[in-house]
Design a protein around this ligand. Structure first.
Ligand SMILES: [Zn+2]
Ligand SMILES: [Zn+2]
Length: 290
């Protein structure tokens, strides 16, 4: 598909990221973080579902965390995609990134254009990886044409309008980062585990968080035939997630990245037995205020 801005689209709206959705809040007024689950599926979608994708809104700023398969359509159901200010990608797995492709087409050839590009904060190596991916069909710079791509340093913090973002590398099959979001002047912290195996770093990073959104992809014992008992797992079981939540003494524990092919109440019960308090299950469209 070739980018085009044909004359037939002359009448369509051109908007900028700062024109409509920024709230009238001042730098002094308290702000909350609103989290909307866009997709909670693991690396294959739930029926009618989407892979990893979470919309975070703070004082009128819209931030998309991860953009896996199916997420762009879910984003459209909850927010004007042309008004997304920034995207943060935790890691370069397909289930966290592939819908950047339709998102990029919408931004570059869709009927609603904007004068700037949303900032895409991605882990080191993203530019080369996406050039290879989109180069497969001759659109090597598709992602960069649509987004202002910045590869972040996981050791550094990001200041996005009134939100501070910190990263914590966690063990997985490829480099990935848990995220902490805190609104300016507020104490409440939202922590997202990204994908990870059991680890101590997440316990420390999430310590005392108001809400920990944590993956619970792995089925646990008995191991599947293709799982090597000598290899550290790259994902958490629901019980692992409950253990991390308990040790981190988080306020709310929300499980995500689990399949709809599992009995959700069994998943919840496994985590709850270890966490010791009620555990919530991420569901698409669900909202949380922090
Ligand atoms: Zn992954
Ligand atoms: Zn994943």
């Amino acid at each position: 598909m070739t980018p085009r801005r044909a004359a037939c689209f002359d009448a369509r709206a051109r908007r900028t990221a700062t024109s409509s959705s920024r709230a009238a809040s001042t730098s002094e007024s308290p702000v909350s973080i609103r989290l909307t689950i866009l997709g909670k599926s693991p690396s294959w979608q739930d029926r009618d579902g989407a892979c990893s994708g979470y919309l975070v809104e703070v004082a009128g700023m819209a931030l998309l965390i991860d953009c896996g398969s199916g997420v762009f359509a879910k984003l459209r159901a909850h927010h004007d995609y042309s008004q997304v200010d920034a995207v943060i990608v935790t890691h370069l797995h397909a289930d966290h990134t592939l819908d950047l492709v339709p998102f990029a087409y919408a931004l570059t050839v869709g009927p609603v254009l904007r004068d700037d590009r949303p900032v895409l904060h991605a882990p080191p190596g993203a530019r080369a990886a996406w050039r290879r991916l989109c180069g497969a069909w001759g659109s090597e710079t598709l992602i960069e044409d649509a987004f202002e791509l910045r590869e972040y340093d996981p050791a550094a913090e990001l200041e996005l309008d009134r939100v501070r973002v910190r990263f914590q590398p966690v063990p997985h099959y490829v480099p990935t980062n848990a995220l902490e979001l805190r609104a300016q002047g507020e104490q409440g912290r939202l922590v997202f585990s990204s994908d990870c195996g059991p680890n101590e770093e997440l316990v420390d990073f999430a310590s005392g968080a108001e809400l920990l959104l944590i993956e619970a992809t792995r089925l646990g014992e008995p191991l599947r035939d293709d799982e090597d008992p000598d290899e550290p797992p790259g994902h958490l079981t629901a019980a692992d997630a409950g253990e991390i939540g308990r040790r981190a003494a988080v306020g709310r524990l929300v499980l995500t990245h689990y399949s709809d092919q599992l009995d959700p109440e069994h998943v919840r019960a496994q985590a709850q037995a270890v966490f010791g308090r009620p555990v919530e299950l991420a569901r698409e469209g669900e909202r949380y205020e922090i």
